[in-house]
Write a protein of this length. Structure first.
Length: 367
């Protein structure tokens, strides 16, 4: 009867093991198809030796550049007849900001036009038509923002590494996706004891007037350069500080990406220095790595990886679901799940029946 049992159990064993063997892959490798690569929006970059900029990170804000602020006022008393200027609107140098009717005798009383002393944006208008005007009262101010200051608060222990003319890259959350080049003009002569910082003033060209006084700014101040080192975009790094890794495109298997541990050296606002883990010509994933980390779980499908990474539901092939496709997809999924449970039940019943038949044959043989 042993051959009978082998014939009985071998198909069942094969049915269980073959799918696993066919789907086997190294635990550190994620294999996708062309559709998966497209839907994960995978982008890569070849590793090569570069010049890496060492930098200091600091926070600060945008301020008006010295000499680029002017006020509008009147030296004679009177009444505002017209106020052509408007808050946050541009005004040209010499353009009339306020038309003043003086208190000097006359019929009609003489009028005086108050011009803008500089070109720029009007700010803090404090006069309206018909209101009285007192001598030397500030009626408004004009800001020339074609150039601005970016004031960084640099930790005291790092301030000694700064010198005039030093370059910096400035990011402003209010202007996403853009960085501004700046040069250090002067370092504060007095430190702030409460914050333990020193102010560093950077000159920034602002021709599009995107930067406004008071905006929060983030500084990456270049303090040195390393020549001939491997560096990759910071977006390529995955994991936490104690377990850094990247995904490297496999040289042999199409659409395969290998999880590769790396040792990170210095960091700046754009790049990370890689000390160990990568070789020249390695192709590192710079976009889509976060989703690959989910897909690399082995039991996680492409759909589940994208759902976790993007926070919303996707189709089975990783594509975006439309409103029309969501309902059919749900019903189809339920139908497939129901069919799977049905066939699992049928298989279980057949398996039990086979065991009963085998037991009866054995009993008859003994008798």
């Amino acid at each position: 009867m042993k051959p009978f049992y082998l014939i009985l159990f071998l198909p069942i064993l094969a049915a269980c093991l073959i799918p696993s063997l066919l789907g086997a892959r190294p635990s550190n490798t994620v294999i996708l198809d062309e559709t998966g690569v497209k839907n994960l929006r995978i982008e890569t970059q070849i590793v090569e030796e570069t010049t890496f900029e060492e930098s200091i990170f600091a926070l600060g804000e945008i301020a008006v550049y010295p000499g680029r602020r002017a006020v509008i006022s009147s030296r004679i008393p009177g009444r505002a007849l017209e106020v052509p200027m408007k808050n946050d609107h541009s005004i040209e140098k010499g353009e009339t900001a306020v038309l003043v009717e003086s208190r000097q005798p006359g019929n009609p009383p003489p009028t005086i036009a108050l011009p803008s002393p500089i070109s720029g944006l009007v700010n803090k208008v404090q006069i309206a038509p018909g209101e009285p005007i007192d001598p030397d009262k500030v009626l408004a101010e004009v800001l020339d923002l074609a150039e601005v200051y970016a004031i960084a608060r640099v930790p005291q222990h790092l301030a000694g590494q700064l010198k005039r003319g030093q370059a910096a890259r400035i990011s402003v959350p209010a202007v996403p996706g853009k960085t501004f080049d700046a040069d250090l003009e002067h370092l504060g002569s007095v430190a702030d004891a409460q914050s333990d910082t020193v102010e560093a003033a950077f000159h920034v060209n602002n021709p599009e007037l995107a930067l406004r006084p008071g905006m929060r700014a983030e500084f990456s101040i270049v303090i040195g350069k390393k020549v001939g080192v491997f560096s990759i975009p910071r977006a390529a790094l995955q994991g936490d500080a104690s377990n850094r890794f990247v995904y490297v495109k496999d040289f042999e298997i199409p659409n395969a990406f290998v999880k590769t541990p790396v040792t990170v050296g210095s960091l700046n606002d754009r790049s990370a220095e890689i000390v160990t883990g990568l070789l020249p010509a390695d192709e590192v994933v710079t976009r889509g790595g976060y989703s690959l980390a989910f897909a690399g779980g082995g039991s996680v499908s492409l759909k589940e990886a994208l759902d976790a990474a993007h926070g919303h539901e996707h189709a089975e092939d990783g594509s975006e679901l439309t409103q029309q496709s969501k309902k059919p997809a749900t019903s189809s999924s339920s139908e497939v799940g129901g069919q799977s449970r049905f066939w699992m039940g049928v298989s279980a019943v057949l398996f039990v029946l086979l065991l009963i038949v085998a037991a009866r044959r054995k009993s008859n043989h003994v008798e």
